[in-house]
Design a protein around this ligand. Structure first.
Ligand SMILES: Cc1cc2nc3c(=O)[nH]c(=O)nc-3n(C[C@H](O)[C@H](O)[C@H](O)COP(=O)(O)O)c2cc1C
Length: 421
């Protein structure tokens, strides 16, 4: 199977964009990116989310389901991935919202399920539940949502000989879910979805996140900074999925990808060097400490020596982002210096590489052929400085090599991702 491609559309507008016209939504920018993505035959548009003000430098994040619904009306082929947290939503609402997105987009909806590590101040009282509680809630939510999507049998709604709709109520069954957190009778109150179920993506990569993804996700979205890390992650999640009897090859591995392009290698490396030279090292130490889950003090640690493995935090005590702490713990164990960790922290642990489009295609091809990359996050389409590199450079090169398919395969997202119903 070929490598699938996804690009960010919408999400977090920068201060410039907001200040430009504070009264308007930034959907116009997302629509412009969506147009470019469809022209480049990119499989899907991704809308991230953060449920708090000011997190990770963002000052505004508009709601992804509303955004994807708007995008569905100005696009025809690209899938629409909305990031929505299970921590702060009710499963019945989620089943309806994503079900309706699948209807209004004629079968192009996908849910990027997140469990949230911030934003609890807006959903009190009670504070942020523990990672175990958040993942237990995500699992119960998925059981309910899937049961609701399946609550109409295949022949529940059909056309009679006179051309009128026949509703066979015997084929529409309640789900009668009585669980630890929720009681949901069902059935779902909207007709069967064009895709059966929207495509299910999950982002969260601690041990509990991997367990959830292995059981339910069709695609896992992960930060995989090195090839070794990607290989270990893929082996862990796929072996758990296999043990649960899932189809080999699932879940698909969707990696983030922070590309620095140059027309020559020297140009790309110069951009990286200039960025690295502008890093405030004290802020960098604090950022690495934050990546490690706080409680770690790096104030006096030498910059150019490997960090002591004694600094590795107790993962079980981390309340917010265990998966991110695991990435930086792994880099410490592999002997990275504090300076290298500060550089890695600028990309918050995501896969970050620099080079010409051909060189980046080599790196992508290497991971794809090693079986640790199925879906590439290809960004920069809305930026005049990177669009040409991303689309006419990297994407075109991947197509030339036969790694990315030449165009859309069908009207639904499942068709284009080659995922079964
Ligand atoms: C690649 C990736 C992308 C994520 N994107 C989002 C996002 O857009 N919004 C959000 O609230 N959380 C996002 N998360 C956070 C996760 O849902 C989760 O809260 C966090 O990773 C902590 O769980 P973990 O320790 O299992 O990784 C993302 C996580 C990963 C790994």
């Amino acid at each position: 199977m070929t490598l699938r491609t996804i690009t960010s559309a919408g999400g977090f507008p920068g201060p410039y964009e907001l200040a430009l016209d504070p009264g308007r939504s930034t959907v116009d920018t997302a629509i412009a990116v969506a147009g470019k993505a469809e022209a480049a035959q990119i499989d899907a548009l991704f809308v991230p989310d953060l449920l708090t003000f000011g997190a990770q430098g963002t000052i505004g994040a508009q709601e992804p389901l509303i955004f994807t619904a708007a995008l569905s009306q100005v696009t025809k082929y690209a899938g629409l991935i909305a990031t929505v947290s299970t921590a702060f939503h009710h499963p019945f609402n989620l089943a309806r919202l994503f079900g309706t997105l699948d209807h209004v987009s004629n079968g192009r909806a996908a849910w990027n399920l997140v469990t949230s590590s911030i934003g609890e101040e807006n959903f009190g009282p009670g504070g942020l539940p523990s990672p175990e509680e958040r993942y237990a809630r995500a699992a119960e939510t998925l059981e309910i949502v899937n049961a609701l999507w399946d609550s109409w049998g295949p022949g529940a709604l059909r056309l009679g000989p006179d051309g009128r709709a026949i509703l066979d109520k015997d084929q529409i069954k309640p789900i009668n879910h009585v669980g630890t957190l929720f009681e949901v009778a069902g059935p779902l109150n909207i007709p069967p979805l064009p895709q059966g179920r929207p495509v299910q993506i999950q982002a969260g990569q601690s041990a509990a996140g991997i367990a959830l993804g292995a059981r339910y996700a069709e695609i896992v979205f992960a930060a995989l900074p090195t090839h070794d890390f990607a290989r270990d992650f893929t082996q862990r999640i796929r072996s758990q999925a296999r043990a649960l009897g899932r189809t080999p090859g699932l879940p698909l591995i969707f990696s983030s990808f922070h590309a620095t392009f140059g027309a020559t290698e020297a140009e790309a490396l110069r951009k990286v060097r200039e960025r690295q030279e502008s890093i405030d090292l004290d802020a960098g130490r604090a950022l690495v400490a934050n990546m490690l889950g706080d409680g770690v003090d790096l104030t006096g640690a030498p910059l150019d020596k490997p960090l002591s493995p004694d600094l590795v935090p107790d993962l079980a005590a981390i309340h917010r982002r265990r998966g991110r702490a695991e990435i930086f713990t792994d880099l410490i164990r592999r002997g990275h210096t504090l300076r290298e960790l500060i550089v890695a922290a600028q990309d918050t642990g995501h896969w970050a590489i620099a080079g010409t489009p051909e060189q980046l295609a080599d790196a992508v091809e290497e991971r794809y052929r090693a079986g640790v990359l199925d879906v590439l996050s290809l960004n920069g389409l809305g930026d005049p400085e990177t669009h040409d590199f991303a689309v006419n450079g990297l994407l075109a090169e991947l197509r030339r090599r036969g790694i990315v398919k030449p165009g859309y395969l069908g009207p639904t997202l499942r068709d284009n991702l080659e995922l079964p119903r």
